[in-house]
Design a protein around this ligand. Structure first.
Ligand code: AMP
Ligand code: MG
Length: 336
C-alpha cells in the first residue's frame, strides 16, 4: 500500500476500522459506566473494547512496540465493573475469539507503556461525550518514532467518504504516513482519495471548527479571536479529532484549542493530538501550539512543553497566530 511503513499503515487502518465498527454498534446501545474518570469524561464499554482490540492486534504484529493509550482496566476489574467487563468481553470476542476477562484487562493495561524510541499512541474513543450524545467521535491511533509522529490513522463512524459529518452513515477512515500523504478510506479499509487542505487565505471567510463542550475551551477568548479575525461563517461545533479529519479534507480552515478558565493549567494528551497532527500536516496544513511552536512529543504522555493547539490550512496560520497574540490567547486564562 505504501512504500515506507507499509505494514504499519495496513495494520493501523485495519485495527482502527475494526474497532470503529464495534464502537458504532455499541453507540446504538450506549452503556455509560457508573463512575467517571478524573477529567469527568464518561468511560464507556466502547472505550475499553476498542483499546483491548487494538492493543492486542497491534501486539500480534509489532510485539516490540510499546503503547501509550488513554484507558486503564482498574474500574473494569473492580467489583462494580463486572457487568461492563462482561459486555466488553462479548464485543471483543467477536474479533478475538480467544479473549477472556483476564486477558482483556491485560491488553488494556499495555496502554500504560512509557513513551520510548518507538511507540503507538491510542485514543480508543476520542470524543466520548460526542459518542454518548450520538454525535462525532473517532478511534485515533498514531505511531511516534524519535519524537516525531510518522503515521496516523482514524476510524470516523460519523463522517462520510468526503469526510463531512454524516451521523449514522457508512462512516470513513483516514490514514497518513509521513512524506506519503493523508488518504481517506472506507470503513472496510479501501483507500479512496488523497486529502488536501483548503486554500482559503481570507481570515474573514475562515470556517472555524470548535468543541461542542464549552468546558473544553475558553469561550471568551474564542469570541475575541472570531472578532479580531472578522470571521463571518458561523463556526461549526464538533467533538473529537474528527475536526482535524474534516479540515484535512478541505471542509474547514481553522481550529483553536484553548484552555478553559476552569482548567487553565491543563496539558494536552499526546493521543488527542498526534493522529490529527499528521493527518493535517500530510494534507498540507499546519499544526503548532498557540505560540507557534512545534508540538513536542518527547515530553511524556502529555504535551507538557506546549500550550494549546492551533490547527490551520497553513495559509491562515500567520493571521491566526497574530490574532492569538493580540487577544492574549497564547497564555493560560485566569483560573475561575
Ligand atoms: P473536543 O471534543 O475537541 O472538545 O476534545 C475531546 C477531548 O477533550 C477528549 O479527548 C479529552 O481528552 C479532552 N478533554 C477532556 N476534558 C477536558 C477539559 N476539561 N478541557 C479540555 N479538554 C478536555
Ligand atoms: Mg480524547
Amino acid at each position: 500500500m505504501f512504500e515506507r511503513y507499509g505494514l504499519e499503515a495496513e495494520t493501523a487502518l485495519r485495527v482502527v476500522t475494526l474497532a470503529a465498527g464495534l464502537a458504532r454498534e455499541i453507540q446504538g446501545e450506549v452503556r455509560a459506566l457508573p463512575g467517571e474518570k478524573d477529567d469527568l469524561s464518561p468511560v464507556t464499554v466502547a472505550d475499553y473494547t476498542a483499546q483491548a482490540v487494538i492493543s492486542q492486534m497491534l501486539h500480534e504484529v509489532f510485539p516490540d512496540d510499546s503503547l501509550v493509550a488513554e484507558e486503564g482496566s482498574a474500574a473494569l476489574a473492580a467489583p462494580q465493573g463486572e457487568d461492563a467487563l462482561a459486555a466488553v468481553l462479548a464485543y471483543v470476542s467477536r474479533l478475538l475469539p480467544n479473549a477472556d476477562e483476564q486477558a482483556i484487562c491485560a491488553w488494556i493495561d499495555r496502554g500504560a507503556g512509557e513513551p520510548g524510541a518507538r511507540y503507538w499512541v491510542l485514543d480508543p474513543v476520542d470524543g466520548t461525550k460526542g459518542f454518548l450524545r450520538g454525535e462525532q467521535y473517532v478511534v485515533a491511533l498514531a505511531l511516534i518514532e524519535a519524537g516525531q509522529v510518522v503515521l496516523g490513522a482514524m476510524g470516523c463512524p460519523n463522517l462520510d467518504h468526503s469526510l463531512q459529518p454524516a451521523l449514522g452513515g457508512a462512516g470513513s477512515a483516514v490514514i497518513a504516513i509521513r512524506g506519503q500523504g493523508a488518504w481517506a478510506a472506507s470503513m472496510e479499509g479501501k483507500l479512496l482519495e488523497r486529502l488536501r487542505v483548503s486554500d482559503e487565505d481570507e481570515p474573514s471567510a475562515a470556517r472555524l471548527l470548535r468543541s461542542v463542550e464549552s468546558d473544553h475551551t475558553d469561550e471568551e477568548a474564542m469570541a475575541q479571536l472570531i472578532s479580531v479575525l472578522g470571521i463571518r461563517p458561523e463556526p461549526t461545533r464538533m467533538d473529537s479529532q474528527a475536526k482535524s479529519a474534516v479540515l484535512a479534507a478541505g471542509g474547514a480552515d481553522l481550529i483553536f484549542r484553548l484552555n478553559s478558565p476552569r482548567n487553565p493549567d491543563r496539558k494536552e494528551n499526546t493521543w488527542d493530538q498526534a493522529p490529527g497532527l499528521i493527518i493535517v500536516e500530510e494534507a498540507g496544513g499546519r499544526v503548532t501550539d498557540l505560540r507557534g511552536a512545534a508540538l513536542d512529543f518527547s515530553a511524556g504522555r502529555q504535551l507538557s512543553r506546549n500550550y494549546g493547539v492551533l490547527v490551520s490550512n497553513a495559509r491562515l496560520r500567520d493571521a491566526a497566530l497574530r490574532a492569538i497574540q493580540a487577544v492574549g490567547a497564547d497564555i493560560p486564562p485566569e483560573a475561575v
